[in-house]
Ligand binder design. Structure first.
Ligand code: 5GP
Ligand code: MN
Length: 340
């Protein structure tokens, strides 16, 4: 964000009495890390702030500092409605259009007196916010929250809790510092977060070493269902609702599965199709290497979007029809995939 805007926002926040901070639906490490870090920062500024998530999130994120303060809309609807209606500032973090926060969208739109602030790294942001800090080159919203606090002149307020939250989101959104959005600046920020108290080994263990047997066995099913199409340098995995049910599926259990396909030599495009009978949709995750934009692919064909190398989407067809549709689209990308 331009310095002039940051100063304006600082002035605006100085008058604030109630702030809500919203991540996207199905929040991930970056969404929870960035919202909880911002919550801690605003609280240190003596502001009244609340994190409201559209829905519940995986248990491997529930050890994050101040997790007990989070209001989950689907579990605590009345309180969430009241807080949103009363807020004078609404921060939306880690998403680029209000549709990404599901049932919260109409509630946010109904509060037309609030000042909206977006901090996000997805492409093509909508312009609903008075203050938009959007930078698709950034690896994570967490890194942006660090730079935001820096611009506010408050790096001294980055305590152990904030450092832990921001480290978590940077780590999860960069695939542990390996995706190409990871820069030398990212590593400098990480170094500063460690100096501020982030315990890197503990954070890695808290996020990645909390598997259950049933989750690992579900991964076995995903591996068995993996299909390769070397002629398109593509791999997909599908998981039916029955397969999920048979393995005591819990939110977050399939996180990272899509990357299995991408780890195969010469594969540049990986997809996972996951049946969700509850919502009547097939949820898809897309990952790519190199120049093949899964953001564009998801936008063009599956009502989704995201980043160039990581995006999501959905389909109202059945699982097998969705896979069929996907396979029928693939040939038109053959040249791009072969040259990627
Ligand atoms: P994931 O596959 O891990 O759910 O999401 C990968 C990336 O794509 C994330 O940055 C996420 O925010 C974005 N994303 C996932 N699903 C959707 C979607 O339905 N629409 C849009 N615009 N972005 C999505
Ligand atoms: Mn993110």
């Amino acid at each position: 964000m331009k310095m002039k805007k940051t100063i304006q926002l600082k002035d605006s926040l100085s008058l604030s009495e109630s702030i809500v901070i919203i991540p996207h639906k199905n929040p991930d490490g970056d969404a929870m890390g960035s919202t909880l870090a911002l919550y801690n920062y605003l609280t240190q500024l003596k502001k009244k702030a609340y994190v409201i998530t559209p829905n519940d999130y995986p248990s491997f994120l529930k050890w994050l500092p101040d997790n007990d303060k989070v209001v989950i809309f689907e579990n605590n609807t009345q309180l969430a409605k009241k807080l949103i209606a009363e807020a004078d500032h609404i921060f939306t973090l880690d998403f680029n259009h209000l549709g990404r926060c599901g049932e919260l969208k109409p509630l946010l739109e109904a509060n037309n007196k609030a000042t909206f602030v977006m901090i996000d790294h997805h492409q093509q942001p909508d312009d609903y916010a008075k203050f938009t800090y959007s930078d698709p080159a950034m690896c994570s919203t967490c890194e942006m929250v660090y730079h935001f606090i820096e611009q506010m002149g408050d790096l001294k307020l980055v305590n152990k809790a904030i450092a832990t939250c921001l480290y978590t989101g940077i780590m999860t959104d960069t695939g542990s510092f390996r995706y190409r959005s990871t820069t030398s600046t990212t590593h400098r920020v990480i170094a500063n977060l460690i100096d501020a108290g982030a315990e890197n080994t503990q954070i890695h263990e808290g996020i990645y070493d909390t598997n259950t047997l049933s989750k690992l066995q579900l991964k076995g099913v995903a591996l068995k269902n993996l299909r390769l199409f070397p002629e398109y340098r593509t791999a997909y995995i599908k998981l039916s609702q029955k397969e999920l049910n048979d393995h005591n599926f819990k939110k977050g259990d399939t996180e990272g599965f899509v990357n299995i396909g991408l780890s195969i030599d010469n594969i540049v495009f990986a997809v996972i199709f996951i049946e969700n009978e509850n919502e009547g949709i097939i949820k898809m995750s897309f990952r790519s290497k190199g120049d093949f934009s899964v953001n564009q692919f998801a936008r063009n064909h599956f009502e989704g979007g995201g980043h160039d190398n990581a995006a999501g989407g959905k389909s109202d067809l059945t699982l097998s029809e969705t896979v069929e549709k996907f396979m029928s689209i693939l040939p038109q990308y053959k040249t791009t995939l072969l040259n990627s």
